[in-house]
Design a protein around this ligand. Structure first.
Ligand code: SF4
Length: 181
């Protein structure tokens, strides 16, 4: 049997969870003995081009229709889907826009800012339509496992991926690896 294939995407996030993934540093080589790493935002990922994989990682919450398309495709192609970090898990930083109506958020971003002159809200059909509220990925697809933290530490990511790649479910993430910030 070959090594499991890991793929990842990012939705509405800051990329910090993937930076933490890269922070496992030379242990990436250990991980590559256990698993292959396919499409990621650090390499390349495009809608309609994900192969089937064993472990799909998702950073970020769902804030527009394009996010839903990527999420649904990765879910359909992944045996296990993992929410990587708190934006994917419950909304975290992007979730803060939910305290305001979407129109107000858009006006603030594109019109009211002091550096903007003659601003307008983008209305090109190619710009993905924003959802009224930011939502965690579990509102759209089944999630098999959550790696908590903002971002999860490199140690936690390495531990969870190593366990999952060896067919074990990391039921108990050691307390000292958990982040709740
Ligand atoms: S959980 Fe934190 S580090 Fe990860 S994408 Fe969200 S804001 Fe960034």
């Amino acid at each position: 049997m070959g090594k499991p294939l890991v793929q990842s995407i990012w939705l509405a996030g800051c990329s910090g969870c993937h930076m933490s993934f890269l922070d496992i540093d030379e242990r990436l080589l250990e991980l590559l003995k256990l698993a292959d790493i396919g499409a990621t935002p650090i390499t390349d990922f495009r809608l309609g081009h994900f192969p089937e994989c064993d472990i799909g990682l998702v950073e970020g919450s769902v804030t527009n229709e394009s996010n839903i398309e990527f999420l649904e495709e990765l879910r359909a192609k992944s045996k296990l889907l993992i929410s990587l970090g708190d934006c994917a898990g419950w909304g975290c930083v992007p979730f803060m826009r939910n305290f305001f109506p979407l129109t107000e958020v858009m006006e603030h971003a594109y019109i009211w800012t002091s550096s903007t002159v003659d601003g307008h809200i983008p209305d090109d059909p190619e710009v993905p339509k924003f959802l009224e509220t930011v939502r965690p990925i579990r509102d759209f697809v089944k999630v098999d496992f959550h790696i908590p933290g903002c971002p999860p530490s490199a140690d936690t990511i390495f531990y969870c991926l190593s366990e999952l790649a060896q067919g074990r479910h990391p039921d108990g993430i050691p307390q000292n690896m958990l982040h709740f910030d």
